[in-house]
Design a protein around this ligand. Structure first.
Ligand code: F6R
Length: 584
């Protein structure tokens, strides 16, 4: 979703802000813009489409020490130059991430006060409203404090006021914003990759806080206008974690990091006898809540927890869970899974459970993110910075951690980390070119499996469709004949997954049903069985049931990647998608 960068200092502000925007490209966007001050004059340049369009419109030799930039993922109004940020109104220029829910109400008030609007955005209204408040109160901090109480919804703002060109301002609620430190230069950004080229020291802005930033000083005020003593954090990862390191795409690089991610996640929880896992003995029910791939990881968690620890586990998509009646009590633990830690629906479920006094545990990848900060317990996945919009290594870390939680619940510490990481290494280096080429020419693909293999099929289908734009759906293997089998034609690819020997015969019967109707069957299995019921066989190693999914998911990720590559798709930044979904 939208990305914000801002800079004040001795360096070339335009270059720093544009570098930052490029590092935030992974979040997904459809237009970009920059506002900078040169010779005390404001300049705003915006372009639709990729950042390169904006770069081509900028003179990088222009001297500026104060700038804010933005990548926009359209919410209010179509992707266009007019709707893109920065927006300005008289004395104020803003970039914004999030949604101002009461903007129509504010707009009405502003229209009555002779404000005019060019765009369809909530952001232009917010900017004008700040300017409107400033007309009767010339103290910028107090104006921003008032605005933060009036604006409903979620927001992170970078703000310049033409009456005070020695400062860059920022404020936030729900949407993430960091402030980073340099030597006589300071930065704001939506996420860490935007500043890593310049510094790894940063602080997290909390809700309703306002930052007043000059090149050699940062002041942060709380909602009562008291100065806050902020904790300075240091990002541990390297800049390599946010660059491609010779791989053609971040997605491929991230798949290739999976064995390391597995080892790091296991190490963090197992090496110290599960010391980092809180006491979960009082809970007799789990509710796992998440979106997209994180939801699919939750389904794996349900299978494992219910099978091995006998604790009933409900898994729900966050955007549904937040609006339904939830049957939880003091012995229920609500588990939120999120790579970014910022997904708004998942966060809303967490806050709902919290306000009902229900304990919460989050499984999060991004350190210090909103979901991590709001939950009672946090277990971090150790996937490192994930840039490709389609998650791979973070999903693998989530299912690893869910397996570890199951092991903790059953007091099982038996895991052959080295052996499994070697197997992961072998699997990530395999290619499936014939299969992928075949699929790339098809319109529909089906994934079938039983039990945990069905949950993996759902993730495989999502991966394929989001990056290759080929329609893909997953079904429980036994369910096809209840309707969907009518879609199977001569040559329709069906990816059948079978890793559970106790269900193998049943799944093979279902495969035969589709084969008889002309399906091209790709059989992914741990079994040695051969026959004429498949067209391609991908044999994967059989490991401990608890961790089998970690191996099984890899060919599905690689096939999705290869198909998208054959089709020439924008693999790391699929159309319409965003890495961090901060709107409902
Ligand atoms: C798919 C994908 C998304 C995310 C979902 C939740 O490849 O990445 O489906 O899993 O948007 O995001 P997080 O995990 O950040 O809450």
């Amino acid at each position: 979703m939208c990305g914000i960068t801002g800079y004040i200092g001795k360096n070339n502000a335009i270059k720093v802000v544009m570098d930052g925007l490029e590092s935030l490209e992974y979040r997904g966007y459809d237009s970009a813009g920059i506002a900078y001050i040169c010779d005390n004059k404001l300049n705003i340049i915006k372009e639709e489409g990729k950042i390169i369009n904006l770069k081509n419109s900028i003179d990088f030799n222009t001297k500026s020490s104060l700038a804010i930039g933005h990548t926009r993922w359209a919410t209010h109004g179509i992707p266009s130059k007019t709707n893109s940020h920065p927006h300005s109104s008289n004395k104020f220029i803003v970039v914004h991430n999030g949604i101002i829910e009461n903007y129509l109400e504010l707009k009405e008030e502003l229209l009555k006060n002779d404000y005019k609007f060019e765009s369809d955005t909530d952001t232009e209204v917010a900017c004008a409203y700040i300017d409107f408040l400033y007309k009767s109160d010339k103290n910028i901090l107090s104006v921003l404090n008032k605005a933060s109480k009036i604006f409903k919804g979620s927001y992170a703002f970078g703000i310049i006021c033409t009456d005070d060109l020695n400062h860059l301002y920022a404020l936030k609620k729900t949407s993430p914003l960091i402030i980073a430190f340099g030597n006589d230069e300071n930065y704001i950004a939506s996420d860490i990759p935007a500043i890593l080229k310049y510094t790894n020291k940063y602080m997290l802005l909390d809700d309703y806080e306002i930052a007043k930033i000059e090149s050699s000083k940062i002041e942060v005020y709380d909602s009562n206008m008291n100065l806050v003593d902020k904790k300075i954090l240091e990002f541990e990862g390297s800049i390599e974690s946010s660059i491609k390191c010779g791989y053609e795409h971040f997605m491929l690089k991230e798949i290739h990091e999976e064995s390391e991610v597995f080892v790091n996640t296991v190490k963090n929880y197992l090496d110290d006898n599960f010391k980092n896992i809180p006491d979960l003995s009082k809970y007799n029910k789990f509710h796992i809540v998440a979106c997209g791939s994180a939801y699919h990881a939750g389904l794996i968690g349900k299978y494992l927890i219910e099978k091995y620890s006998n604790i009933p586990t409900l898994v729900e998509v966050a955007s549904e869970y937040r609006y339904k009646k939830n049957f939880y009590d003091e012995n229920t633990l609500v588990i939120l899974i999120s790579q970014s830690g910022e997904t708004i629906d998942t966060l809303a479920c967490l806050l709902k459970a919290k306000s009902d006094n229900i304990d919460t545990l989050s499984i999060v990848n991004v350190f210090g993110s909103s979901i991590a900060r709001e939950s009672k317990y946090v277990l971090y996945t150790k996937a490192g910075c994930e840039i490709a919009v389609a998650t791979t290594k973070a999903y693998l870390a989530q299912i690893t951690l869910l397996a570890l939680i199951t092991m903790y619940l059953t007091n099982n510490k038996d895991i052959e980390t080295k052996y499994i990481s070697k197997l992961i290494d072998e699997e990530i280096n395999k290619t499936y070119e014939d299969i992928s080429l075949y699929i790339s020419k098809c319109k529909n693909v089906f994934f079938i499996g039983r039990g945990i293999d069905y949950a993996l099929g759902m993730e495989g289908a999502l991966k394929l469709k989001e990056i290759s734009y080929i329609n893909a759906s997953a079904y429980p293997a036994g369910e096809l004949k209840h309707g969907t089998i009518s879609l199977i034609e001569e040559g329709t690819p069906v990816i059948a997954i079978s890793t559970d020997n106790s269900l193998l015969e049943k799944t093979i019967s279902n495969i035969k049903e589709v084969k008889a109707r002309g399906a091209k069957v790709i059989f992914i299995t741990t079994s040695k069985i051969d026959g004429d019921f498949y067209d391609y066989k991908i044999e994967i190693p059989k490991i401990n049931d608890l961790l089998q999914s970690i191996i099984t998911i890899i060919p599905l990720q690689i096939i999705a990647y290869e198909v998208a590559k054959y089709l020439g798709c924008d693999i790391d930044k699929p159309r319409n998608l965003a890495k961090s979904v901060t709107v409902e």
